[in-house]
Design a protein around this ligand. Structure first.
Ligand code: ADP
Length: 447
C-alpha cells in the first residue's frame, strides 16, 4: 500500500479523496493555486504545495508543477479526482514515466475512451448496444445527410472529442442539418482542437442511466448497479438517484453482465462508468468515463462501498477480494448538486459565505469544502456542495432530502437549493416520470 498520495484536485473531491486516504493510514499532499490558500483541502492535508496562480491552466492543469510537488514531497501516487487532469492520457503517462502511480486506468484506455468514435466502435465490437447512427466519423455533409435519412430525424451531430455537453447540435429536420453540421464542427475545433464529428439519432424521451464498474489488475470486474442522471440542464447533471426508478433488478443484472464482460475483455482496470441512454426498454451506450464521477456517492450509499478506497487499493495492486454475488443493493439514494448560482437564471454567484450550516441526521451525507467565512473563488466550477441522502424507499429518500435542504443554511451567496426544493415537490418527479428533457421544461415553467 502507498504511504503518501498527492491529490491533484480541489474542492469537495479533494476532501473526499483525503478522507479515504486518512482511513487507510495514507499521508496526503494537497496542491493548490494562489486563490485556494485558505481552502479546506489545504488545511486538512498533511502537506500542501502551491502550484501556481488562480487560472486552472497555470495551476490545477500544470503538469510540471504537480509532478514537482509529488517529487519534492515524496508522494508515490497521484489521485486526479474528476475534471482537471483526470481524463488526460498524457498526464497519466507522464505520471507513470516518473515512477509514480496514476490512480486510474491505463493511459491507453483513457485515450481510447476519450475519443467517442473509438469508444463506440470498441464497445460495439464487445457486444454493447449503441444509439443508431453513423459508422464512425462523418467525412462530409453528404454522408451526414445519407445517415440522417437512414436513421430518421431528429439527429444529433456530436464531436468525437466532446465533453461537458459541448460540441453537440440537434437537427430537427433535413433543413437544419447543414447548420448543425457546421456549428458542431466549429465548436469542436474551438473547444477541443479536433473537428471530427459523428451522428446519432436524437432520442426524444430517453433517460440517462449509467453503470459503475470496478476492475482490479487480476482480471476481476464487478458492477455496482446503476445511477439515473436524467435530471440535466444543458446536458449537465443536477440531481442523481441510485437505483433508477424505472429499472428492474433483472434489467440491472442483464446490462451489468454486458458491461462487465466488455470491460473484462478490454483488460480495463480501476473505476469506470458506462453511460447509456435508456428508452423503450433499450440501452444505448453513449460514452465511457474513465474516472471517478461527481455522483459516485449515491452508489456508495446503496452498495455500502467506499469507491475511492477501492480505487486506491486497486492502484496499489490489491485484489478486489469479492465477486459480483457479494454486491447487494439496499434502499434508495438521491444526490442534489448545490451550485453557487442564481436558482432562476443560473448565473454563477461566487462570493463570501456569511453563514454555513450543513444538514445532518440519519441517512444524510454532505460532501463539501465550504465553511463560514470561506470565499468561493470565481475561477472554478460553481458546484460548492453535494447533499446525499439514503433511505429504505425512494419516497422516504425524497422526504429526507426535502428535510435536509430545509436545514441547509448557506448565506451570502445564491445557490440552487430553492430549485431543488421545487423539483422534490413536483408530482411528476415524485412518480419518477422524467426524461433527460424534463428539467429544461420544468425550469422554464413560471413559478
Ligand atoms: P458529454 O461528454 O458532453 O457529456 P454525452 O455523449 O455524455 O456528452 O451526452 C451528454 C448528454 O447529452 C446525455 O446525458 C444526454 O442528455 C444528451 N444526449 C447525448 N446523446 C444523445 C442522443 N443521441 N439523443 C438524445 N440526447 C442525447
Amino acid at each position: 500500500m502507498f504511504s503518501k498520495i498527492l491529490i491533484a484536485n480541489r474542492g469537495e473531491i479533494a476532501l473526499r479523496i483525503l478522507r479515504a486516504c486518512r482511513e487507510l493510514g495514507i499521508k496526503t499532499v494537497a496542491v493548490h493555486s494562489t486563490a485556494d490558500e485558505d481552502a479546506m483541502h489545504v488545511r486538512l492535508a498533511d502537506e500542501a504545495v502551491c502550484i501556481g496562480p488562480a487560472a486552472s491552466r497555470d495551476s490545477y492543469l500544470n503538469v510540471a508543477a504537480i509532478l514537482a510537488a509529488a517529487t519534492i514531497t515524496g508522494a508515490e501516487a497521484i489521485h486526479p479526482g474528476y475534471g482537471f487532469l483526470s481524463e488526460n492520457a498524457d498526464f497519466a503517462e507522464t505520471v507513470e514515466a516518473h515512477g509514480l502511480t496514476f490512480i486510474g486506468p491505463t493511459a491507453d484506455h483513457i485515450r481510447m475512451m476519450g475519443d467517442k468514435i473509438t469508444a463506440k466502435t470498441t464497445m460495439e465490437a464487445l457486444g454493447v448496444p449503441l444509439v443508431p447512427g453513423s459508422d464512425g466519423e462523418l467525412k462530409s455533409l453528404e454522408e451526414a445527410r445519407a445517415v440522417a435519412e437512414k436513421v430518421g430525424y431528429p439527429v444529433l451531430i456530436k464531436a468525437t472529442a466532446g465533453g461537458g455537453g459541448r460540441g453537440m447540435k440537434v437537427a430537427q429536420s433535413a433543413s437544419e442539418l447543414e447548420e448543425a453540421w457546421s456549428v458542431a464542427r466549429t465548436e469542436a475545433r474551438t473547444a477541443f482542437g479536433n473537428d471530427a464529428v459523428y451522428l446519432e439519432k436524437y432520442l426524444d424521451k430517453p433517460r440517462h442511466i449509467e453503470l459503475q464498474i470496478l476492475a482490479d489488475n487480476h482480471g476481476n470486474v464487478v458492477h455496482f448497479g446503476e445511477r439515473d442522471c436524467s435530471l440535466q440542464r444543458r446536458h449537465q447533471k443536477l440531481l442523481e438517484e441510485a437505483g433508477s426508478p424505472v429499472l428492474s433488478a433483472e434489467q440491472r443484472d442483464a446490462i451489468g453482465r454486458t458491461a462487465t464482460d466488455a470491460l473484462a475483455k478490454m483488460g480495463y482496470r480501476n473505476a469506470g462508468t458506462l453511460e447509456f441512454l435508456y428508452q423503450d426498454g433499450q440501452f444505448c451506450f453513449i460514452e465511457m468515463n474513465t474516472r471517478l464521477q461527481v455522483e459516485h456517492p449515491v452508489t456508495e450509499m446503496v452498495c455500502d462501498v467506499d469507491l475511492v478506497r477501492e480505487q486506491i487499493r486497486i492502484a496499489a495492486g490489491e485484489e478486489l477480494g469479492y465477486t459480483q454475488s457479494d454486491i447487494s443493493f439496499s434502499g434508495h439514494a438521491v444526490e442534489c448538486r448545490i451550485n453557487a448560482e442564481d436558482p432562476d437564471t443560473f448565473a454563477p454567484c461566487p462570493g463570501t459565505v456569511a453563514v454555513y450550516h450543513p444538514p445532518g441526521g440519519l441517512g444524510v451525507r454532505v460532501d463539501s469544502a465550504l465553511y463560514t467565512g470561506y470565499r468561493v473563488p470565481p475561477y472554478y466550477d460553481s458546484m460548492i456542495a453535494k447533499v446525499i441522502v439514503h433511505a429504505p424507499t425512494r419516497a422516504q429518500a425524497i422526504a429526507r432530502m426535502h428535510r435536509a435542504l430545509d436545514e441547509f443554511v448557506v448565506e451570502g451567496i445564491k445557490t440552487v437549493i430553492p430549485l431543488h426544493r421545487r423539483i422534490l415537490a413536483d408530482p411528476e418527479f415524485q412518480k419518477g416520470e422524467y426524461t433527460i428533457h424534463w428539467l429544461e421544461q420544468f425550469t422554464s415553467r413560471p413559478h
